[in-house]
Design a protein around this ligand. Structure first.
Ligand SMILES: [Zn+2]
Ligand SMILES: [Zn+2]
Length: 286
């Protein structure tokens, strides 16, 4: 297991380095979204895709690592565990105390289980020393992967992937492609893919058609939030719609990094109820 963990850590580091973008100095009055740096505007405002406030210059894309600790030290299925998160400034090694709000929260956390049956989207509570804490129950043994989003003040939005191991094993369930309409609490989502057979490394458009067509509301500052996870738990992608306006069709654009199955959770709010729909998308190689 240690070797597997080390391997995952290396791959996660490689993925995040791959996401780094060369800093280029924009022209005066060139306003940029710190989360979607390809969105630029002549004037200040907010990004129409993710709602983030535009900045005049995107700071250097330094990586601010996330330190995760937990109590008790040995994790057992079904027991409450207290997670503590500290974000470290890479230049000073000190814990960051000031964060920007992203989608109404200072930190977002996604947790998925090894068999991709368990999914949670939560918001750790900020503490006075700059750390964040969260209590959760992990239902069964095995590996869990966590993706945290946070935005240290003066830097750029960050993503960090971490692993938790719970004693025992997860119930084995064979993941299979699943593209059938998915009913949730008060809506049903149907998924159309373009191309219909997604290819690794190329853009795929995902169109969600929602029924009923009315009553959709922004959830945490966006029309939807999506988490896509590869079946080997190496890729964890958090996305927001490319196009959405409160109508019944919501479009995401995504590049699946590698071939294989991706489990996708997408959250929509309708009439004050949060709906989480799931699909499993097969991705082929080029
Ligand atoms: Zn969140
Ligand atoms: Zn989101």
């Amino acid at each position: 297991m240690n070797r597997r963990r080390a391997c995952l850590a290396l791959l996660a580091a490689a993925c995040s380095f791959g996401q780094q973008i060369q800093d280029s100095s924009p022209a005066p009055k060139d306003w940029v979204c710190p989360m979607d740096p390809d969105y630029r505007s002549e004037k200040p405002g907010v990004c129409p895709r993710c709602g983030m406030k535009l900045v005049a210059r995107v700071p250097d894309r330094l990586e601010y690592p996330l330190e995760v600790s937990y109590r008790p030290e040995c994790l057992h299925p079904g027991d409450p565990v207290t997670l503590r998160f500290r974000v470290l400034n890479p230049l000073t090694g000190q814990a960051v105390k000031n964060f920007e709000t992203v989608h109404e929260k200072l930190m977002h956390l996604f947790v998925v289980s090894e068999n991709l049956a368990f999914f949670e989207h939560m918001h750790p509570q900020p503490q006075t020393d700059g750390s964040f804490t969260l209590v959760l129950k992990l239902p069964y043994g095995g590996m869990y992967r966590m993706l945290a989003d946070y935005y240290p003040a003066g830097s750029v939005p960050q993503l960090a992937v971490n692993t938790l191991i719970v004693t025992g094993t997860a119930p084995q369930s064979k993941l299979a492609a699943s593209l059938a309409p998915c009913p949730a609490r008060n809506l049903t989502a149907s998924l159309r893919l373009d191309p219909s057979e997604p290819v690794a490394g190329l853009q795929t458009k995902l169109f969600y058609d929602l029924t009923p067509a009315d009553g959709l509301q922004p959830y945490l500052g966006a029309w939807a939030h999506m988490l896509a996870v590869s079946s080997d738990l190496i890729d964890l992608l958090h996305l927001h719609p490319f196009l959405a306006n409160g109508g019944p069709t919501v479009q995401f654009n995504i590049v699946f990094p590698r071939p294989g199955l991706y489990r996708i959770w997408t959250q929509f709010q309708r009439e004050s109820v949060v709906n989480t729909v799931t699909f499993t998308v097969p991705v082929k190689s080029l």
